[in-house]
Design a protein around this ligand. Structure first.
Ligand code: T1G
Length: 694
């Protein structure tokens, strides 16, 4: 047999191998080949049982996601699965790597499942805005029970082989994949084992289970479509008839497959992998092996960054000016870990291991031999330049020297050293040990090795590393700045914080700009605005409302008052008449007659700023591709994945419509709405952001 499927006889056992790199996805060729191989082996009198396994790194990792949204070719997966399941010779799935999605569904149509200890299984379709579409919602609950199936299918979690055996998903675990699976198959033949079909198992559950589960996932699944369809499909499995349940699964699968939410989530899946690809820093660029790290600064960010290294098993030393600052910082780190242990999400032993990887010092000599330094001190350029000058005196020349600055100029820091090629930005997002995004800020002199090392370290820390250019605010914060300014102007024009926050929350972000400001603390932004006031051009509109709020000492939750007020011990934002009065007074002082602002205008005034600034960033080369901006806004700012990110979302609306609205805002609101030239060019050429750079 040619193509991705081959089979051979080992004694009386047919060993069918799927070889479709990189993850043995169920492409049309794989499906056709599997159908042919199972048919042939089934008709071969010398074959008493079959094994299906994956070549190289893994078992089948699912349907070929690249085929979605295109006309289907090849045999339907249903035909492949039926051929396997109705074979009268036992078929064994031999699992290593991952058996995911359609891959696990193929394995569930096999009569037995053998796995090596490191193997993992799962139904992660929900992460693509899909549901299992080849019987997974009907077979898994029959194996593991409805409640466990609901949890696995709506979370998309992977389960390791040992746990999968306990659940009944895997029948046998053995060290050796091929020989172990053959020995297992031979044993089944010798025992006269039947072709055990999961579809024949009963599946029942109390109806209340589904309502309870719907309530349980409501918060985390807000705005998504697929989790709810997963529950409906599993509920159909309890209606008794397998075929009817399967038909319902197919109906629900088509509905989610055709949905904009799934198109967006599939875009995000590939985008999160594309961002690692940098045109002028090829995959084979050498990276520095990071065995030991240093963090300068034991504040909230420094401590969080140090935790990232400890969590990845990398020894890290935190340097501060004095022991008291170190003690305070380490106490925060210890408290963060302890909170996770107390919630039962981390074993005490793991916490102790991680704490043991974190050391402290006030002496630069102690960090001379580290492989990477991340500066995470106060956002003040002069301080940073002094630190980088000191680092270039003390630290070995091969070490990467990174700054965690959120907006400042990497080149100025590089110029303070004698090794600008080693200098780069690594902008973590607060809380640094939680948020997945890492903006890697390319300095003018950053070498390919420095860039590749920073990107690789980010991935090793469990982050999504996205390379951005060295402009003020880089990509994420520069876009956020525009959005926040519009929110302030909308207050002057007639809206109130609670209206704007609700519109943004209902759109799918975790919170609106004012609730977010109160949570993060209003004083940081206020300090930066005061420090940069002299740089503000006089013809740029500026809202003083935020400053007036801060001048009253209202810094948000930490002062129990900011944009909202907060009752003792509560984080629930309560609209405050004091703020409303400040807003109304500001309108009067600006000579603005307040008006009712429609929710749609609130949404477009805020979110189209992200789009317009995003287009400027692409044109300036500060972001490599539109998908990089999408990943930044989803991973760093909570933009809803089911909308694909700001640029994908704009494409889905139609750039001509977006541009028309931006032009109207330009006329009605002001200069900050001048359409980005790239946006105008793309519309003129009938193109989308997805076409940019192609
Ligand atoms: N289809 C096509 N390409 C895929 C793929 C897939 N299912 N999975 C991965 N790739 C590509 C990926 O884009 C990258 O490409 C390369 O493989 C390595 O991936 C009918 C409908 C398997 C755990 O959701 O979770 O089955 O960038 O960088 O970190 O009910 O890939 O090299 O060109 O992620 O080692 C369900 C998705 C599909 C699994 C490996 N299956 N994949 O992680 O490598 S829907 C999934 C993963 C379905 C059925 C339904 C991971 C991985 P490139 P990688 P990795």
């Amino acid at each position: 047999m040619s193509g991705p499927i081959s089979w051979e006889k080992r004694g009386e056992i047919a060993v069918i191998t799927v070889d479709n790199p990189p993850v043995n996805a169920l492409s049309a060729g794989v499906r056709d080949g599997l159908l042919a191989a199972v048919t042939e082996a089934g008709e071969d009198a010398g074959v008493k049982a079959m094994i299906i396994l994956g070549a190289k790194r893994t078992f089948i990792a699912g349907a070929d996601i690249r085929e979605f949204g295109k006309p289907r070719t090849g045999a339907p997966l249903l035909d492949v699965n039926n051929k396997i399941e109705f074979s009268d010779k036992p078929v064994v799935a031999a699992i290593h790597g991952t058996a995911l999605g359609g891959g696990l569904e193929v394995a569930l149509c096999c009569h037995y499942r053998y796995a090596v200890p490191s193997a993992q299984v799962g139904l992660p379709e929900v992460k693509l805005g899909l549901i299992p579409g080849a019987g997974g919602t009907q077979r898994l609950p029959r194996l593991v029970g409805v409640e466990k199936a609901l949890q696995l299918i709506t979370s998309g979690d992977f389960v390791r082989a040992g746990a999968a055996k306990e659940l009944g998903i895997v029948d046998e675990v053995g060290e050796d994949l091929v020989e172990g699976a053959i020995a297992y198959a031979e044993r089944l033949v010798a025992e006269g084992a039947s072709a055990k079909r999961i579809r024949d198992l009963p599946c029942t559950a109390d109806a209340a289970v589904f309502e309870t589960f719907r309530k349980a996932i409501a918060r985390r699944s807000r705005g998504f479509k697929a989790p709810w369809a997963c529950i409906d499909a599993v509920e159909a499995a309890t209606k008794g008839n397998f075929e009817a349940g399967y038909a319902e699964e197919q109906r629900l699968f088509k509905d989610v497959h055709d949905s904009p939410e799934s198109a967006a989530q599939r875009h995000v899946f590939f985008a999160e992998r594309e961002v690692a690809k940098i045109p002028d820093v090829p995959r084979e660029t050498p990276v520095k092996d990071v065995k030991r790290a240093a963090v300068i600064g034991a504040g909230t960010m420094g401590g969080g960054i140090a935790m990232n290294f400890a969590n990845a098993g990398i020894p890290v030393v935190i340097l501060e000016l004095d022991q008291a600052a170190l003690d305070r910082g380490l106490a925060i780190v210890r408290g963060n870990y302890q909170a996770t242990v107390d919630k039962g999400r981390l074993a005490q032993a793991r916490m102790d291991e991680r704490m043991a990887l974190i050391s402290t010092t006030t002496d630069y000599a102690d960090i001379a031999d580290v492989d990477i330094v991340i500066e995470a001190v106060f956002e003040e350029m002069e301080i940073k330049k002094q630190i980088f000058a000191k680092l270039s005196e003390v630290v070995n020349r091969d070490a990467v020297l990174a700054s965690n600055t959120s907006t400042l100029d990497i080149d100025q820091m590089a110029d303070a050293t004698d090794r600008p090629g080693q200098v780069i930005g690594m902008h973590f997002f607060s809380p640094a040990n939680v948020m997945r995004l890492l903006e890697v800020v390319r300095g003018g002199a950053s070498t390919p090795k420095t860039i590749a090392t920073a990107m690789a370290v980010g991935r090793r820390l469990g982050k999504i590393s996205v390379l951005v250019g060295n402009c003020h605010g880089f990509v994420g914060n520069r876009m956020l700045h525009g959005y926040s300014r519009q929110a302030g102007f909308l207050l002057e024009e007639g809206a109130m914080p609670e209206q704007i926050d609700k519109v943004i929350y209902d759109f799918g972000l975790p919170m609106g700009p004012f609730t977010m400001g109160d949570m993060a603390g209003l004083d940081v932004g206020w300090r930066i605005r005061k420090a940069t006031a002299h740089e503000r051009s006089s013809n740029m509109r500026y809202s003083t409302i935020a400053d007036q709020i801060c001048e009253l000492g209202r810094f948000g939750q930490k002062t129990q008052a900011g944009w909202y007020r907060y009752e003792d011990g509560s984080r629930a934002p309560v609209p405050d008449p004091i703020v409303a009065e400040i807003i109304e007074k500001a309108s009067a002082e600006q000579g603005i007659e307040r008006r009712d602002v429609a929710d749609q205008e609130v949404l477009e005034r805020c979110m189209y700023q992200l789009v317009n600034i995003g287009a400027q960033l692409l044109d300036e080369g500060m972001a490599l591709r539109a998908l990089d901006i999408d990943v930044i806004y989803i991973a760093g700012y909570g933009f809803p994945a089911y909308r694909g990110g700001p640029m994908f979302w704009a494409d889905s609306i139609g750039l001509d419509k977006v541009l028309a609205t931006i032009k109207r805002f330009h006329e009605e609101v002001g200069e900050e709405w001048r359409p980005a030239p790239l946006l105008e060019r793309l519309v003129a050429e009938g193109k989308s952001f997805a076409d940019f750079g192609k």
